[in-house]
Design a protein around this ligand. Structure first.
Ligand SMILES: NC(=O)c1ccc[n+]([C@@H]2O[C@H](COP(=O)([O-])OP(=O)(O)OC[C@H]3O[C@@H](n4cnc5c(N)ncnc54)[C@H](OP(=O)(O)O)[C@@H]3O)[C@@H](O)[C@H]2O)c1
Length: 298
């Protein structure tokens, strides 16, 4: 099957992880024919139960690449195990390149690349829009910026839509909830802004991007409600019915301390205007209330 003859509503989700699984399930629910990939055979039954066709794919080894179906749309939301810089470089560098060259023989109508607002190294609290130059301060940000460039070079400027996501959270992903429940002090920086997006809203955004005729080639995906770090963790404790956080000095060399040197506020104005999306969780307060009340736990 070539993309020209691929059903209009056929989609391949690369990476059935936290965001990918929500996206794949939503698309299947909305009547799309969905294929989704994982490296983990045990995940395949759950994937099928969700209405998707599962495929085993490892972009670093290239295993499974030749079995990928030709579809109208591809969503790349693969991510390496957290904090593994080597695998990150391998996945978003040669791994992604391998996928793009494979797709380029008969490009999909749309290729959604899920990137990160980590490409912005700004640290003075300024508002960031799609017009703001991306100058990464971290290696992770540099790798993703290069990944975005690769997608445009290999598929051409009109096919990729880059979504730069703020911090993903939701059921099962509320950072530091475990430490708060255990009464342990939080070794996290208290200053600076956190920019967030609930995973269900992020999945809705991907769906809108695939369903809309005209989409800007770059969109920032955040709830547009930046929150001071200390306020956020205090709210997590409060909503979870726990005492206020106690704090410990973070190791200045730790990745979380380095990440926290970035201090910026992400605007979602273009996202809301161009896609006409209405976020279900327009701030961390509604999102945390949902995440903490959901059985998936945290
Ligand atoms: N988490 C955040 O706060 C955040 C913030 C901004 C942007 N993002 C972006 O959002 C996207 C999704 O993040 P997530 O949190 O949903 O990730 P995740 O839950 O860690 O899921 C990652 C997925 O990628 C797959 N994967 C890992 N290595 C692979 C490889 N070598 N070949 C093929 N697939 C591979 C995993 O396979 P298995 O199913 O086998 O595990 C999994 O399905 C990523 O692009 C990330 O950069 C995340």
């Amino acid at each position: 099957m070539t993309p020209a003859s691929a059903p209009d509503k056929s989609c391949l989700v690369i990476g059935y992880g936290y965001l990918g699984s929500r996206t794949a399930r939503l698309l299947a629910h909305e009547g799309w024919q969905v294929w989704a990939t994982t490296r983990t055979e045990e995940k395949l039954p759950a994937l099928q139960r969700a209405g998707c066709r599962g495929l085993l794919l490892d972009l670093i080894s290239g295993q499974g690449l030749k079995q990928l179906p030709r579809v109208a749309a591809v969503v790349y939301c693969a991510a390496p195990p957290r904090g593994d810089a080597h695998l990150r470089r391998q996945l978003h560098g040669p791994g992604l390149r391998r996928l793009l060259h494979h797709l380029a023989t008969a490009p999909p109508r749309r290729f959604v690349l899920v990137s990160s607002t980590g490409v912005y190294g700004q640290n003075t609290g300024e508002w960031i829009t799609e017009q703001t130059p991306a100058v990464p301060a971290s290696e992770a940000g540099q790798v993703l910026l290069q990944a975005e460039q690769q997608a445009r070079e290999i598929l051409g400027p009109d096919v990729p839509v880059v979504l730069r996501l703020a911090g993903l959270y939701g059921p099962g992903r509320v950072p530091y909830l475990g430490q708060l429940r255990a009464g342990e002090p939080l070794a996290v920086p208290r200053q600076g802004w956190l920019n967030l997006i609930h995973a269900d809203d992020a999945a809705c955004v991907v769906h809108r991007v695939l369903d809309s005729q005209k989409v800007p080639p770059l969109l920032l995906v955040a709830d547009g409600y930046p929150v001071a770090r200390e306020t956020y963790y205090t709210c997590v404790a409060q909503l979870a019915g726990l005492p206020p956080p106690r704090w410990a000095e973070p190791d200045p060399e730790s990745p979380k301390a380095r990440r926290a040197t970035s201090c910026k506020r992400i605007s979602n104005r273009l996202l809301l205007e161009s896609l006409k999306v209405k976020l279900r969780y327009p701030s961390y307060r509604q999102g945390l209330a949902h995440a903490l009340a959901t059985a998936e736990g945290s």
